[in-house]
Ligand binder design. Structure first.
Ligand SMILES: [Fe+2]
Length: 341
């Protein structure tokens, strides 16, 4: 815990104490400070406040997590290989895959967000499943869901695309836009997964239904059942938000990965009716707080930290480079090239 003078406070710093005005709690300990909070602290004439030290999360100092992630991807690859030769998915195998990562997420919840930097295009489906599983756990934490719920949704996330193990490789890995017939075959993967997982002992019906409905859209234009709004099981609505986020932030054979700020921009309007607006808003709001203070490399060659992300324009945040603020919404010729972890 650091004590920082009020004039040195910066947006994104995490408050380490409650702030009161006339005995009324006005800012809660643990929040990431906004410019409004800082203004309030100054107006209250509070000379200094306690700030939580920022844990620097990066793969270079979290080898354990990186190894667990790779092991999970390998284990999931084995499960998928089993499916292609006609084996059933065993509950214990699923647990072995996700349990170490869930434990790790307990200590470093936002580590799930750094996974977008890790990928090998060859293993997209396996890595995507592990990432979606971890992001779904993180989002359910943000939604205030209990531990049992988080464990269930980790299973939905891991298994959501298991039906793809039975989709022909030439369709699954086609580096081009699918024809209508090919897309119809691809769309069967959620039902194939449902049928397969119905035979997995100990897997709850809610998990299996979450898998079946992960491609339903909030506006009712999804598949396989064209369910809409809250008729879509909640597990499926949560997984669908992180599924879209991870798909866009991952490199694919046919396109480069997008940086998370660009993806936030695309997702901010509910991905054109695809996702539950409440769950989408909670995801994006927390995502914004998580990226405040992160290091980025700009196309100008400068390295800076994310100072402010506006709700209306998440794609073009304000970046602090030493003592200068660069507003990317005004400096349209500058882009974020990558995040530095
Ligand atoms: Fe899918």
């Amino acid at each position: 815990m650091n004590v920082i003078r009020s004039e040195k406070l910066r947006v994104g710093m995490k408050l380490g104490e409650n702030i009161y005005r006339d005995d009324q709690l006005v800012i809660t300990s643990g929040v990431a400070l906004t410019s409004r909070h800082i203004e309030m602290i100054k107006r209250l004439d509070i000379p200094e406040v306690k700030i939580l030290e920022k844990k620097k999360l990066s793969f270079s100092n979290n080898i354990k997590y990186e190894e667990k992630y790779k092991e999970a991807v390998d284990s999931f690859k084995d499960i998928c290989y089993g499916v292609t030769i006609g084996s059933l998915v065993l509950y214990d195998e699923v647990q072995e895959c996700i349990e170490p990562l869930i434990q790790e997420l307990e200590a470093n919840p936002e580590m799930a967000l750094r996974l977008w930097q890790m990928h090998t295009a060859d293993f997209y489906t396996y890595e995507h499943s592990v990432k979606v599983s971890m992001l779904a756990v993180l989002l359910s934490k943000w939604l205030g869901k209990p531990k049992v719920y988080q464990e269930e949704i980790a299973r939905v996330g891991l298994l959501h695309d298991i039906g793809k193990c039975n989709i022909p490789n030439d369709i699954l890995n086609k580096p081009d836009v699918l024809t209508q017939e090919e897309f119809s075959v691809m769309k069967t993967h959620s039902t194939l997964g449902y049928v397969l997982l119905n035979s997995t002992k100990n897997l709850s019906k809610d998990v299996v239904k979450g898998v079946l409905h992960h491609h339903e859209r909030y506006d009712g234009r999804g598949y396989p059942s064209k369910l809409s709004g809250e008729n879509i099981p909640e597990y499926a609505r949560i997984v669908s938000v992180v599924d879209i986020f991870d798909a866009m932030t991952s490199k694919r054979v046919y396109r480069e990965k997008m940086n998370p700020f660009r993806v936030m921009e695309i997702m901010k309007n509910g991905s054109q009716g695809a996702i539950d607006p409440y769950i989408g808003t909670i995801f994006l709001d927390n995502l914004k707080s998580s990226y405040l203070g992160e290091k980025v490399l700009l196309s100008s060659g400068h390295i800076g930290t994310v100072h402010e992300i506006r709700t209306q324009m998440p794609e073009r945040p304000v970046i602090r480079v030493e003592d200068n603020l660069i507003d990317l919404d005004k400096e349209l010729h500058i882009e974020i090239k990558e995040m530095i972890l």
